[in-house]
Design a protein around this ligand. Sequence first.
Ligand code: ZN
Ligand code: ZN
Length: 359
Amino acid sequence: MSINKKIIPTSMLGATLPGNSTVEMKEFEVPTPGFGQVLVQTKASTICGSDIRAIYREHTGKGAEGYIPGMVAGHEPSGIIVQEGPGLKEFKTGDRVIVYHISGCGVCYNCRMGYMIACSNPTFRQAYGWQRNGGMAPYILCDEKDLVHLPDELTYKDGAQVACGFGTVYEALEKIGVSGDDAVLVTGLGPVGLATLMLAKAMGANKLIGVEVNDYRIDLAKKLNLVDHVFKPSDHTVQDILDLTGGKGVEKAVDCSASDAGRQTCVRASKEWAKIALVGEGNTMTLNPSPDMMHAQKTIYGSWVTSTWKMMDLVDRLVRWNIHPGDLITDEFPIERAGEAYALMASGHCGKVAVVYPD
Ligand SMILES: [Zn+2]
Ligand SMILES: [Zn+2]
C-alpha cells in the first residue's frame, strides 16, 4: 500500500495551552510506536468545551481534568494509522480510526467494563490532550486498545466528533432510552446540546425542544433543522414547555447547559415518570425532592463520556442512520492557526470548531 511509503517526518509542530487564553506552538519529536501502539496521522481534531473550561483560559482542572503543561492539546482526534508497533492484535497501517480519548490501565473494574474514562489507576490513566499528547499535532502516538474503527461512510470530522461529544451524548441517550415515544428537551445548545438533538432525532424522538441563551446557537439549531421549538431562558420557560406538551411535560430531558437553572428546567418541564440525564459538567443543582422528583416518580441519570464498546455501537448506528456529526462543525482551521480556533471556541460564537489536516 502506498501509505507504507509515506515519509514520516522526525519532528512536528503541536499546539499547547499555557493557560492564559493563548495557544503556544511547540516542536515535538514524532514518536515511534512501542508494543501495542500505533502512530496515527491526525486528520481532524475538534475542540471541546472542557478544553476551554479547564485548560485554555486557566489550568483549573484537577485529577481527570488536570492538564500537564506542555502536552499537545486536543482530546477529540481522528486519523489514519501510518506506523505499527509490535504486538498489534486488530489494527494495522492504513486503518481509519477514532481515538477514544482516555487511555486507561486496561485491568481495573471500569477499564474492564470499557469505561476507561473512569479508570481508577491514577498512574496509568492518561487522557489524550491532557496527560499525554493529543490531536493538535500532525501525528499522535496511540495505544491500540484506545482505537475504534472509522467506517468508510464516515468522514474524519465525523470521527473527531465521536471521540468525545457524540460518544458522551449517545451514552446519556441510551441510559434514558430515547425513542419515537418521546418528546425530548435539551437545555444548552452548544456542540454537545446540538449533538443530543441530532441523535435524539435519529432515534425517532418526535418533538425536540431546546433552551439556549446564545442567539448564534439558537439560529444554528434551527438552520440544521435539529429543533422543533427553541426558547431563551425566562421565568416562564417551564410553562412554555408544558404548554407544548399538553400540560404534561417531556418524557425525556437532557441537561447540556451545566447551569442550575437548566437542570431545574429539565426536571420541572418533564412529565411524571420522566427520565433525565445530566451531561453538562460543573456547578450545582437545586431541587425540592418531594414535588420535583419523588411525587412525580422521576429518575435522574448521571452520565460521563462512554465506553469503547458503546462507541463502536454508535459508529454503526451513524452509518445506519446516515447522519454526519461533522455537520455540527461550523469553523475549520489548519494547525498553524490553532490559536484562532481556540479563541473562536472560547467566544461561543460558533458551533463546533475543528482543526483539520491536509491529505
Ligand atoms: Zn471533549
Ligand atoms: Zn483502569
